[in-house]
Design a protein around this ligand. Structure first.
Ligand SMILES: NC(=O)c1ccc[n+]([C@@H]2O[C@H](COP(=O)([O-])OP(=O)(O)OC[C@H]3O[C@@H](n4cnc5c(N)ncnc54)[C@H](O)[C@@H]3O)[C@@H](O)[C@H]2O)c1
Length: 350
């Protein structure tokens, strides 16, 4: 039976953030009869404005909650008769994990995942997808053509990635020990609408919109494997249906680009000169290259709609979205007082 015809309720942890919001939009359009419960702590990165259009949708519910709050998670799962869980909830900004301290990262990204696993163990959950990152694999050499496979050993270098790896290891342990039906995904760097402008692509766009130069760490040659967020959410929908419990799936669209190349493309799209690039001191321990082998998920029938040759198109659409939604970021700035010092520094950065 197709997932469309089943009376299922999905709990989306972290559904007010960038990828979670895109996932909820996609799912609510594709499966309008399916109930979606968005469970989010609403940190600085969570934004309910992303779901304005769902406010009157009888199949959409929002609960403000922390994934480390076992009691509230359990209560929510029982109240809404949750059948599936997908977890996006995490502290996600690498620079904050370096300069702002790693404690919150360990709490949400490791302990939070373990709490979800405990509730999955106690309740009749059919599937739990824990959304993780390729950063858990560590760094590849710039000169090699090696790719991360699902068998690549986990060797994180950044506190953010180490905390995510902690969550992944818990998933593996709960599958092996308690037979919890969990899947872990390792996706590459996402871009697209609703991304908080502390992350590279929207950060560059907003710098340029404000007439400022784009700062490039080090020599600018660090490589990331960029994926359009809509391709990521389609892959997650597929894994909720066809993914096998206990397995890890890499998600990437074969789009390796260095930061300088990305900056130059954005400059071209925004009709700015390359003298708007400024080189700044490198990030400590900056991973050199990430690149995904996506053979396993491709074999399930997933295919990116924005592969490498469509990166410039995806970037242009992203720039256009931010141009059309300037008020979205203006509203984020209004939340400034709720943000911690690190975030204020971001908005005030010269
Ligand atoms: N953005 C990327 O490029 C990327 C790539 C691969 C994997 N991921 C993973 O995807 C997930 C989503 O990333 P994103 O970029 O959308 O993040 P984001 O920072 O935009 O959103 C995170 C959301 O989680 C919520 N949250 C944080 N801690 C929470 C807690 N303890 N309890 C409940 N809610 C909490 C926040 O309020 C926010 O809404 C993360 O787990 C991240 O590690 C992201």
């Amino acid at each position: 039976m197709s997932i469309k015809n089943q009376a299922k309720t999905i709990l989306v942890c972290g559904g007010a953030g960038f990828i979670g919001s895109n996932f909820i939009h996609y799912m609510s359009e594709k499966y309008p009869d399916r109930r979606i419960v968005n469970y989010d702590k609403l940190t600085y990165a969570g934004n309910l404005e992303n779901h304005k259009q769902l406010e009157n949708n009888p199949n959409y519910f929002f609960i403000q909650g922390d994934i480390t709050d076992l009691e509230k998670l359990d209560e929510t799962i029982k109240k809404y008769r949750i059948s599936h869980i997908i977890n996006f909830a995490a502290e996600t900004h690498v620079d904050r994990s370096i300069h702002g301290g790693a404690k919150e990262f360990v709490l949400s990204n490791t302990l939070g995942v373990q709490m979800i696993l405990d509730t999955v163990k106690k309740n009749q959950i059919e599937k739990f997808v824990n959304v993780s990152t390729d950063e858990v694999y560590g760094s590849l050499d710039l000169d090699s053509d090696e790719l991360f496979t699902e068998e690549t050993p986990i060797m994180p270098n950044m506190p953010y990635a180490a905390a995510k790896a902690g969550g992944d290891l818990m998933c593996n342990a709960y599958f092996k020990t308690h037979k919890v039906p969990v899947i872990v995904t390792h996706c590459s760097n996402n871009y697209g609408p609703y991304q908080f402008p502390e992350k590279l692509i929207p950060f560059f766009i907003f710098k340029l919109l404000g007439g400022e130069k784009v700062p490039i760490y080090g020599d600018g040659l660090n490589v990331r494997d960029w994926i359009y967020v809509s391709d990521h959410v389609r892959a997650l929908d597929l894994l909720l249906q066809k993914g096998k419990a206990g397995e890890v799936y890499n998600i990437g669209s074969g789009n390796e680009r260095n930061n300088l190349e990305v900056a130059k493309m954005i400059l071209k799209i925004m009709k700015k000169n390359e003298d708007m690039i400024e080189y700044v001191k490198d990030r400590p321990g900056h991973d050199r290259r990430y690149a995904i082998d996506a053979t396993k998920i491709l074999s399930l029938g997933w295919k990116p709609e924005y592969p490498r040759e469509k990166f410039e198109k995806g970037l242009a659409e992203t720039v256009q979205w931010y141009l059309e939604n300037k008020s979205w970021v203006e509203n984020l700035k209004k939340k400034k007082n709720e943000m911690n010092k690190f975030q204020e520094d971001f908005f005030n950065r010269k």
